[in-house]
Design a protein around this ligand. Structure first.
Ligand SMILES: Nc1ncnc2c1ncn2[C@@H]1O[C@H](COP(=O)(O)OP(=O)(O)OP(=O)(O)O)[C@@H](O)[C@H]1O
Ligand SMILES: [Mg+2]
Length: 300
């Protein structure tokens, strides 16, 4: 990681003054970048990202999802469509971010990531500054960027987490998922990430048991790593979630009164009321940091 940090510094130095200024300028605005991530796969990240985005939108918060899972595009599968373009087309064919944006239910918008994301580090200053501008434009008319990441602690995944303002770490009560959540927090700690961490206990038998289980992980990280992780909330195990996913229709729209939809709605309320407004310029800084952190350069 120290080597990576040095690479980052070198990369910053190599960028034009103009590109640096554009990224480092910050003005006052309340838009935030929240990564939704996990140590173990299949714990519910994409489902939570999509439904949280819709719950925020229902509360008048304009929300964009960046589908940052490079292996499998997830959000489009949950919604049952095939994206026409991805971030790759922005990088390669110089389309604008707006050209690749997909419209989702209730007016949420989705940026299909695909391999375009892993190419960010290989772009020159002019190209990256073009992409940053696209995000800047979008940021000025949005309140939240939710980033649905792949699972695990590979550097390409961690870069999204470390670049965000907040990371919601999703786990479930099963021991492998709990162990991997702890492992992910440890990796973020080892990388000296300054992102604020919050735990989501998905698929819990009850809200109370989810909280208890979540607090065990949080207490362990405090004791072992001296790292503060907040408890963001529990989402109950709910067969409606499985049905909604099978029907490729988001839970909060199909079964708004279901326990899991209610829990996600409560989370959206907490996001709006608890999280402090950020400085403007978060989105372009997010993309800038990804570009800097991607350790191994282009990857197809
Ligand atoms: N609250 C819940 N109750 C019941 N089942 C759930 C709940 N949340 C998620 N699931 C189940 O978990 C499965 C995986 O969800 P999802 O695809 O969102 O996980 P993921 O973490 O994004 O996976 P990946 O790591 O592959 O990207 C869903 O298909 C659904 O069956
Ligand atoms: Mg997923």
């Amino acid at each position: 990681m120290a080597e990576q940090a040095e690479q980052l510094r070198q990369w910053i130095k190599s960028q034009s003054i103009q590109a640096q200024r554009e990224v480092l300028e910050s003005r006052i605005k309340g838009s935030r970048v929240v990564a939704i991530t996990s140590g173990k796969g299949g714990v519910g990240k994409s489902h939570i990202a999509l439904n949280l985005a819709l719950a925020l939108q229902q509360r008048g918060q304009r929300t964009v999802i960046l589908d940052a899972d490079l292996g499998l595009a997830n959000i489009n599968i949950l919604l049952g469509y095939e994206p026409s373009y991805t971030l790759w087309d922005v990088v390669q064919k110089h389309l604008s971010i707006r050209d690749v944006l997909q419209k989702g239910p209730l007016g949420i918008r989705i940026i299909p990531g695909a391999s375009g994301i892993s190419r960010l580090a290989s772009l020159d200053a002019e190209e990256i500054s073009g992409i940053i501008k696209g995000f800047q434009d979008l940021e000025s008319e949005c309140d939240w960027l939710l980033v649905d990441t792949a699972a695990g602690i590979a550097p390409g995944v961690l870069s999204f987490v470390l670049a965000a303002d907040e990371a919601l770490i999703v786990t479930n009560p099963e021991p492998p998922a709990l162990a991997d959540a702890y492992g992910l927090i440890k990796s973020i700690w080892q990388a000296q990430g300054r992102v604020s961490l919050q735990l989501i206990m998905n698929r819990s038998a009850s809200v109370k048991s989810g909280e208890e289980m979540g607090m065990r992980v949080i207490n362990l990280t405090r004791k072992m790593l001296n790292q503060n992780v907040g408890f963001f909330g529990a989402i109950r195990e709910d067969s409606h979630a499985v049905q909604a996913i099978a029907r490729q229709t988001p839970l909060v729209l199909l079964y708004p009164a279901s326990p899991a939809a209610q829990d996600i709605g409560d989370m959206a309320d907490r996001m709006i009321h608890r999280i402090k407004p950020a400085k403007r310029g978060r989105w372009e800084q997010f993309i800038y940091r990804i570009g800097m952190m991607w350790p191994s350069g282009p990857k197809s």
